[in-house]
Design a protein around this ligand. Structure first.
Ligand SMILES: Cc1cc2nc3c(=O)[nH]c(=O)nc-3n(C[C@H](O)[C@H](O)[C@H](O)COP(=O)(O)O)c2cc1C
Length: 209
């Protein structure tokens, strides 16, 4: 199991570019550290003095060990660039996924395929459910076309709910489906929970091996 660390940094006045350079240099150091999987430095488009650093680590301990390895003089330089104390937290990876999707011209939306392609091991050995909505087909064709993509990424399809002519259940902003759909959704979620628990145990064994 890996863990994601998200840090938020705000540059002191006039220090935005220097902080950007500093964080990019830190990124290289992070990527060379034991247990680091990935690191991205993002700069807010609207608030140019705001940065996010998104790091993935094999464990919290690996991240903490890397922080202890930062030379004190480097930390001192960094503190002078911040407008306020940096904020950060650890976030667990998702253990299961439900994709909610429509269908366009008998195919899946390109945005879903793009999202699936963008990640890789994050999907592996985790359960996936589909909630599809659309016209007469309830977007079942889009779901069928996505199943081989899901399999290629190691996702395990654990159920689906297909909602044809979904617009008849929508009034203003409220969506009120018949009970049969809610029942199917609950069945699917229960199955995802059960399959997910088995897969999670298996992932732990794989890491320990
Ligand atoms: C260009 C276009 C093609 C569509 N093709 C299908 C289709 O092949 N099968 C289907 O069930 N629904 C189809 N729909 C309906 C959509 O799946 C969806 O229900 C509808 O666009 C509302 O969802 P949205 O606001 O998320 O797009 C189509 C809609 C559009 C705009």
């Amino acid at each position: 199991m890996s863990v994601t660390r998200i840090g938020e940094f705000r540059a002191a006045e006039g220090e935005g570019s220097t902080l950007a350079d500093f964080l990019v240099a830190v990124r290289s150091a992070i990527l060379g550290s034991e247990g680091a999987i990935s690191c991205e430095v993002l700069r807010d488009r609207a608030e140019r003095d705001r940065f996010l650093v998104i790091e993935r680590w094999q464990s919290i301990e690996a991240h903490q060990a890397s922080v202890r390895n930062i030379p004190p003089e480097m930390l001192k330089t960094a503190m002078a660039l911040f407008a306020e104390a940096p904020k950060g937290g650890y976030f667990d990876d998702a253990d299961a996924f439900v994709f909610v999707l429509p269908e366009y011209n008998h195919g899946f939306p390109a945005s879903i395929k793009n999202a699936m392609d963008y990640l890789s091991h994050e999907w592996a050995d985790k359960p996936l459910g589909f909630v599809s909505y659309g016209g007469v087909s309830g977007s079942t064709r889009a779901v069928q076309l996505l199943k081989p993509v899901a399999a290629a990424l190691g996702l395990v399809v654990a159920g689906e709910v297909n909602i044809p002519f979904f617009a008849q259940y929508r009034q203003d902003a409220a969506f009120t489906p018949p009970e049969s759909f809610t029942d199917s959704a609950n069945l699917m979620l229960n199955r995802i929970a059960k399959v997910g628990a088995t897969l999670k145990a298996g992932r732990k064994e794989l890491v320990a091996a």
